[in-house]
Design a protein around this ligand. Sequence first.
Ligand code: GDP
Length: 334
Amino acid sequence: MTTTPNDPAALAEAVRRGERRALARAITLIESTRADHRAQAEALLAALLPHTGNSVRVGITGVPGVGKSTFIEAFGLHVIGRGHKVAVLAIDPTSQRTGGSILGDKTRMVDLSREEEAFIRPSPAGATLGGVARRTREAMLVCEAAGFDVIVVETVGVGQSETAVADMVDLFLLLLLPAGGDELQGIKKGIMELADVIVVNKADGDLANTARHTVADYRHAVTLLRHGADWRVPVLSCSAFEKRGIDAVWDTIGAHRTAMEKNGTRSARRAEQARAWLWSEIRETLIDAFRANPQVRAELPDLEARVTSGGLIPTAAARTLLGHFLGREVAARD
Ligand code: GDP
């Protein structure tokens, strides 16, 4: 058998052996949009799938400057000290606009990146959020097959990417600043509801006292949130900078896992995530095919302009375009 660089079977074997270059190459393959690469990526994932699913999947969000990279570095080093292997993946919606990624900054997590037991991968740039989310989900599976048993998915707490991350992890952790309420913190509405654990960072020096107040405020706030009966959202504090309180966060993640495994929520959540992933794939693939249709492409700008100027009802415009796409008349929906 000849082995091309991307031969999926050979690459899968190398990933399973934990070869770092193979892991990096596998993720590059997954991130490629070339049709032949896509086919190879899917073969690779099929080969790896039986070896996935055995990690703790943790999502982390917080506004820029809250200390995410400092926290993840301290957290990663702590977890490695406990005998685990940590992969850090990022979903950075800002990379779509700038083409470069804040999260991809090479100076971040320097100590962690030197560790043999750590793997850090910045967000793939230049794609839609849906595309980034899909690649991150797939990268997560590859990392699991390579033996990483703690996966951290990081995102900036400023947009829709939080929902995408919450939809792919077992536990979603919200990092807060020692400061006043949600608005002062720059936290978007709805993000609190996604959190399974809340951690107030920078509980040190002059900020220690403010951090204590913030913890108390949010302990009260979470009692107003609806959550599963078996899990009350804990509010902790830490200093990522001084590496204090990190052990308690790790212990809390363990307690969450135990609670979720006991009541079956963990497998139910993962099953639901797989179903949601399927449907988002279907949606996005359909939309791509729709947009690629020549007649749709020719008429879309005009119809869009007429809809936005109020000269045409969106329902009618959608039916016309879908008619082109499907090659038949589309009946009105009820
Ligand atoms: P990110 O943008 O959320 O990734 O935040 P960074 O990790 O880059 O941290 C932003 C700033 O906050 C940096 O200057 C860090 O040194 C500082 N910082 C991070 N964690 C702590 C902490 O626990 N205590 C204090 N005092 N500063 C921190």
